[in-house]
Write a protein that binds this ligand. Structure first.
Ligand SMILES: CC1=C(/C=C/C(C)=C/C=C/C(C)=C/C=O)C(C)(C)CCC1
Ligand SMILES: [Fe+2]
Length: 525
């Protein structure tokens, strides 16, 4: 049963936490809130969205307090949500659905006014992730908007438009953080002063006495990377960060700006403006965080599509980074609701094949002897089959080592971000996009632990470190589990991250939606 897709979830009586029935023992030190985001409403009035990534953002949270867990969920009150509710139909375009604000007016007249703006005004339906900027939390998507949210009540606060502070039309929903509380993100600036570029920005930690939004007014562009092409910048969903470098993958999965600018007029969705160029290369850019310059060596690999970076770090003069990658761009097609709703038999029959993800490790040598012969593997690190072949004109061809097959939504102990690490926590996917297992992958021994149960669809697992943690996996793993069996309720699962044994679960008396990403906010002690 994939009947769970495309329905619209109710907000269980807003602001009232639903008490959990619990089984087992949840560690006493686990105090704080797991806050997550994802699409929760795919039908408004008589109109329906086409794609799962279009749904109205539904926030939900699990608060751990003195051995009890409270659940709450609330739709993000974005401008998009309000306009849709007021009109009782879809009036704002999303990733897979083009909408027209006013059907009574001549759509062509409208289209011309949109054309004159070139880059349309995008949605603020921030449905992908929860991010931290300064002291505040925001719901995020991939447009120029993020929405401030209240951790306790899940209420929606102001809309921040990145464009007011830096030249950015798109930004990822997966920023990075350093230990000083600064946030780093990447985005794309389209056609500004006749150029299209990728921008790396630093949003500083707020200081006591700072004005509202100080972190945005103090936001700085660390590095601008010119796009290879003015009208076809690469699409990207995340990036990597080591102690000294930013890892940016310029993949041949590209956004066509002319298509984007004319999409309204042509009546097609944003998704159709993404193009896959399998004969192109994938360029790997390393940006020195200190000098703010891109390394001049032209590292590249074969055409691939990546959404999630897992981690990146430096070792003995190499930058090592792990990503979950695909051999083509079919993933986004898989999430059309008409595909998701197919039963297994119909899915197999529909003919289209979907590529499966693999976790790949790239090892990039930062320096090499200029006299080394062309064709030589310049990786000097042991214990990896990843290679980097020296070619002429400053090119280096990188071949990955496949670490694990069939994993997505990777998470790590974030204390190890940018550092040598050993464990990946992820969802295990087979040939359907809905994960059925949670997995812990040990990079050192190449072994995995798995958790699964009948009818259970686990969300992205989130690692929370134990207070006195000594080892990387000292902590718990949290995942909300949606049951596809109408007789069983959904629950929050707490696993011991080391042993992968269940520590406890808490059933929720409300419906839980399948979501995307989230963040654990520890209780301030
Ligand atoms: C609205 C909009 C976009 C939305 C993209 C979204 C919503 C992507 C979601 C991706 C996810 C959830 C990936 C998971 O791996 C684009 C194409 C950036 C640009 C045009 C406007
Ligand atoms: Fe993501």
């Amino acid at each position: 049963g994939v009947g769970l897709f495309g329905s619209s979830l109710k907000e269980p009586s807003c602001y009232v936490a639903t008490f959990f029935l619990k089984k087992g023992e949840i560690p006493k030190w686990l105090q704080g809130t797991l806050i997550r985001n994802g699409p929760g409403m795919h039908k408004i009035g008589d109109t329906v969205y086409n794609h799962w990534f279009d749904g109205m953002a539904l926030l939900h949270s699990f608060t751990f307090k003195d051995g009890e867990i409270f659940y709450r969920s609330k739709y993000l009150r974005s401008d998009t949500y309000r306009s849709n509710m007021e009109a009782n139909r879809i009036v704002v375009s999303e990733f897979g659905t083009m909408a027209y604000p006013d059907p009574c007016k001549n759509i062509f007249a409208k289209a011309f006014s949109y054309l004159s703006h070139t880059i349309p005004d995008f949605t603020d339906n921030c449905l992908i992730n929860i991010i931290r900027c300064g002291e505040d939390l925001y719901a995020s998507t991939e447009t120029n908007y993020i929405r401030k949210i209240d951790l306790e009540t899940l209420e929606t606060n102001e809309k921040v438009d990145y464009r007011k502070y830096v030249a950015l039309n798109l930004a990822t929903s997966h920023p990075h953080y350093d230990t000083n509380g600064n946030t780093y993100n990447m985005g794309t600036s389209i056609g500004d002063k006749g150029k299209t570029k990728y921008q790396i920005i630093k949003i500083p930690q707020s200081k006591p006495g700072d004005k509202e939004h100080a972190c945005f007014t103090n936001c700085e562009v660390i590095c601008s990377i010119p796009s290879r092409s003015l009208l076809r910048p690469s699409y990207f969903h995340s990036f990597g960060m080591t102690e000294n470098y930013i890892v940016f993958i310029e993949q041949p999965f590209k956004l066509d700006i002319l298509k984007l600018a004319t999409a309204y007029f042509r009546g097609v969705n944003w998704a159709s403006c993404l193009g896959w160029y399998p004969n192109d290369k994938t360029y790997i850019h390393l940006i020195d965080r200190e000098t703010k310059k891109i390394l001049s060596t032209k590292y590249y690999t074969d055409a691939l599509v990546v959404y999630h970076h897992v981690n990146a770090y430096e070792e003995d003069g190499h930058v090592i980074f792990d990503i979950v990658a695909y051999n083509d761009n079919s993933l986004y097609d898989m999430f059309y609701l008409k595909i998701l709703k197919l039963d297994d038999a119909a899915f197999e029959k529909q003919g289209k094949t979907f590529s499966s993800p693999s976790c790949r490790r790239f090892v990039i040598p930062l320096q090499h002897d200029k006299n080394v012969e062309l064709g030589t593997n310049i990786v000097t690190l042991e214990n990896t089959t990843a290679s980097a072949l020296k070619e002429k004109d400053g090119y280096v061809y990188c071949k990955p080592e496949i670490l694990f097959e069939g994993i997505e939504l990777p998470r790590i102990n974030y204390d190890y971000n940018g550092k040598k690490y050993r464990y990946i926590y992820a969802s295990k996917v087979q040939w359907r996009p809905v994960p059925t297992k949670i997995i812990k992958c040990d990079i050192l021994t190449k072994t995995c632990y798995e958790w699964r149960e009948d009818h259970c669809w686990p969300a992205e697992p989130v690692f929370v470190r134990a207070p006195e943690a000594k080892e990387e996996d000292d902590g718990v793993l949290l995942s909300s589990i949606v049951s596809s069996d109408p007789k069983t309720s959904s629950f929050l699962l707490v696993l011991d991250a080391k042993t992968f044994k269940e520590l406890g679960r808490a059933s929720v008396t409300a419906d839980i939606h399948l979501d995307l990403h989230g963040l654990f906010i520890p209780e301030k002690s």
